[in-house]
Design a protein around this ligand. Structure first.
Ligand SMILES: Cc1ncc(COP(=O)(O)O)c(C=O)c1O
Length: 388
């Protein structure tokens, strides 16, 4: 098929692979020729429970038949139940619902600025190599030049520290600083986990300087690390968590969870969203939370360790693999050459994986995979690497 002809319909933003997916079921995707692919990307950590889950279809259908939108000017049961459940699973807090990760972060940034207004503090320290979204505020928060290029002037008030380097954070701290915002594991940046001690030091720094600690858990949330949220894996509590991606297993939804201490900063009309907290998506999210029980989270830990161990064995075999890193089922393998061709070879072999930062193979499989699926992935990669 000549995929190039589709390009006339789209703005040039995505460099797509030559495949046309038409169906998904569990951990598999199917293309227009009925070819089956094992999905080790989950639509970028979104369909964490796999595609087209039968029970979820029922829930979504029921909600469609009942009510799917009615404005945030009114109370609705799916939103209420989900907010209550999210608070129960995190810490005493209040929730704002939106539609995407960038919006969840925008909400956190606005709230931090409003918190700082009384003593003229507005600067937010984020990190080099981070990724927080594509709006003007969130590309500014993102500490990578490539996302800034062409969109200047950016927003005032963001400073970029070195990840896992507390002294670099301290150097940027001044009387205008109001918050520190980071991904506990940098995803787009190449699957780079924070060090546990680093997050503890950040928590301490925030305490001492009355700063908000904001965790962008848009990629790490909802079981990816083997804990419901990465902050639980790190045993470091943030003041704000931003969530999106897998929250509703593929329906657009996002949430900004704000510790009770800071939950009265926004006043009526300070923020809002027409579609935020869509009722179908909220019903789906309730199902996601129910499914992410101890058993499934433990399974993520077990298969995650198995996957990591097997990736390390590949690293020992091929000297062009420079690093393997990650937590749970959020794993990366760095090569010493551009890895897009490996992703293309995987597609030919019925496997969907991703590359980020040009050279890092990124694995974000659905949380329902088994050791047998990992064996298939390792065997496929081994064959491809052998023939390079
Ligand atoms: C850590 C992180 N934050 C924010 C975003 C932006 O989310 P969205 O694309 O839903 O706006 C992403 C998306 O990849 C992400 O990985």
């Amino acid at each position: 098929m000549n995929y190039k002809r589709f390009e006339k319909y789209f703005l040039k933003t995505y460099k797509r692979y030559n495949v046309l997916f038409v169906k998904g079921k569990g951990k598999y995707l199917y293309d227009n020729n009925k070819k089956k692919y094992l999905d080790f990307f989950s639509g970028l950590s979104v369909c964490n429970l796999g595609h087209c889950d039968k029970e979820l279809i029922k829930i979504v259908n029921n909600q469609i038949k009942t009510l799917w939108h009615c404005s945030n000017l009114y109370y609705t049961t799916p939103q209420l139940t989900l907010a209550k459940e999210l608070i129960k699973k995190t810490f005493p807090s209040k929730v704002f619902f939106s539609n995407s990760g960038a919006e969840a972060n925008e909400c956190a940034i606005k709230l931090a600025r409003k918190y700082g207004i009384k003593d003229k503090r507005y600067e937010i320290i984020t990190f080099k190599n981070s990724f927080h979204g594509r709006t003007i505020a969130t590309i500014t928060a993102t500490g990578q030049d490539k996302f800034h290029k062409g969109f200047q002037p950016l927003l005032e008030g963001f400073k970029y520290a070195e990840f896992n380097n507390i002294n670099s954070v301290k150097k940027l701290l001044n009387k205008k600083t109001i918050a520190i915002m980071l991904e506990p594991i940098q995803g787009e940046g190449g699957i780079i986990p924070a060090e546990k001690s680093f997050l503890k030091e950040l928590r301490f720094l925030c305490e001492r300087n009355k700063l908000l600690l904001i965790f962008d858990e848009i990629q790490t949330g909802f079981g990816r690390t083997g804990e419901l949220f990465a902050y639980q894996y790190y045993d470091t509590k943030p003041d704000i968590i931003t969530l999106a991606k897998s929250i509703a297993n593929g329906l657009p939804l996002a949430a900004t969870i704000v510790d009770k201490k800071y939950s009265e900063i926004f006043d009526y009309s300070d923020h809002g969203s027409t579609f935020g907290g869509n009722l179908i998506a909220c019903s789906a999210a309730l199902y996601v939370l129910k499914k992410l029980n101890k058993n499934l989270l433990n399974q993520v830990k077990v298969v995650g360790e198995y996957f990591y161990k097997n990736l390390l064995e590949l690293k020992n075999k091929y000297n062009f693999i420079t690093l393997v890193r990650g937590v749970g089922l959020m794993l990366g393998m760095e090569l010493n050459f551009p890895a897009r061709k490996i992703v293309e070879e995987c597609l030919k072999n019925g496997l969907v994986i991703n590359v980020t930062q040009d050279k890092v193979l990124r694995f974000l499989p659905p949380l329902i995979i088994t050791k047998k699926d990992i064996d298939f992935v390792i065997k496929t990669l081994d064959e491809i690497f052998k023939n390079l």
